[in-house]
Write a protein that binds this ligand. Structure first.
Ligand SMILES: [Cu+2]
Length: 367
């Protein structure tokens, strides 16, 4: 014999509704928490322009939405089945030419009106800035961004350091066969609070302007799926005030410090150049420029002033001694790469504890 057969399903249904609602609101609230990549909170003119456009379009869309939904609700209520309903239909409208023209022309006019500021904004934000600007070359690698400052001959990675209040024009491409084994895929550069996004294409140069009105750190990320660690390909724009910017340029153009002989760091420097046991040298992929004539880029991030950055490995880990050691010990554990199968990323070089100590000590001197 079953007791209360009718109440059971109801209880079960309610008990499922409550957690679902809670879960859904948790997701919604979680999305609000991390505002670091919020295009609705622009921090410079090149992000402000698309933001303003979105606002206009959203208002128009809202008016259309309310109008259409209002008409639907009105019809549903007005023509609902009533108690004394005899089943007859209200007057049916068919092939009303005037109505057809009306609701074809209205959307066309709305779209034409929106097109004007849209096209205008696209040209304005993509053109070379009118005022004085700085150029930075961006190269997308799997899975990190390389930056080169042609005016200063500075190479760096992950952190795009820029002066505040000055337009920066990015000239961007992605690695090709000549430079690196990680060739041949698209990336997209996107710092939501500073600019829209733009693809990086192997063999082509695309451009993107950005500017930060206030000093600060602005998070961004690769916005075009590029394989295994796409999600670990972040970028940081770091806007400095004038004095800090001048200092940064001075620091970055200086060669790397050479550690005193007999120190642990000096041992690390020797290992960096030659690991022995047939292992590939750090120096064959990285550059720690010591002032010799040639400061050429290499396949991996430039390490000359590694410690001037606050994050590494695609700006996903904090630059701490502990994290650097963990990275050298097993890079794949921090960021899945495909060195063994495809030559992409950084290999595990089977370093023992003594080698790790020395190499980390050396890296810490690269300020
Ligand atoms: Cu990418």
């Amino acid at each position: 014999m079953r007791e209360h057969p009718t109440t059971r399903p109801a209880t079960r249904r309610r008990s499922r509704v409550v957690p679902s609602v809670l879960l859904a609101s948790a997701f919604v609230l979680a999305a609000c928490g991390d505002a670091e990549q919020n295009a609705l909170d622009p921090a410079g003119p090149y992000a402000q322009a698309p933001h303003d456009l979105i606002t206009i379009v959203a208002i128009i869309a809202l008016v259309v939405f309310v109008l259409v939904q209002g008409l639907i609700i009105y019809s549903v209520v007005k023509f609902r089945t009533r108690k004394d309903d005899d089943g007859s239909l209200p007057v049916q409208v068919h092939g009303n030419t005037r109505l057809e023209i009306f609701w074809t022309v209205i959307p066309a006019v709305i779209l034409a009106v929106i097109a004007v500021p849209t096209v205008q904004m696209i040209f304005e934000t993509m053109d070379e800035p009118d005022e004085e600007f700085m150029t930075v070359e961006v190269i997308g690698h799997r899975w990190w961004f390389e930056f080169y400052y042609p005016d200063h001959d500075i190479y760096t990675a992950n952190e795009l350091v820029i002066p505040t209040d000055m337009p920066v024009r990015l000239e961007m491409t992605a690695t090709d066969l000549a430079r690196s084994p990680d060739r041949g895929v698209l990336h997209s550069f996107w710092i939501p609070r500073l600019a829209g996004k733009q693809d990086l294409v192997p063999g082509q140069t695309t451009t993107l302007n950005l500017q930060a009105d206030e000093p600060g750190r602005y998070l961004g990320q690769c916005a075009e799926y590029c394989g295994l660690s796409h999600v670990n390909m972040r970028a940081r724009a770091v806007a400095l005030n004038d004095a800090d910017w001048d200092q940064w340029v001075e620091d970055q153009t200086a060669p790397a410090e050479i550690p005193d002989e007999g120190t642990l760091a000096a041992e690390g420097r020797a290992l960096y150049a030659d690991l022995g046991d047939g292992r590939q040298a750090c120096a064959s992929c990285h550059q720690a420029w010591e002032g010799d004539a040639n400061r050429a880029p290499n396949t991996g991030p430039d390490l000359t002033h590694l410690m001037s950055r606050e994050e590494f490995a695609g700006a996903i880990v904090d630059m701490t001694e502990e994290n650097l050691r963990a990275w050298l010990e097993d890079p794949d554990n921090i960021k899945p790469m495909q060195y063994e199968s495809n030559g992409i990323g950084m290999p595990n070089l089977d370093l023992n504890d003594d080698e790790l100590d020395a190499l980390v000590a050396y890296l810490l001197t690269l300020e």
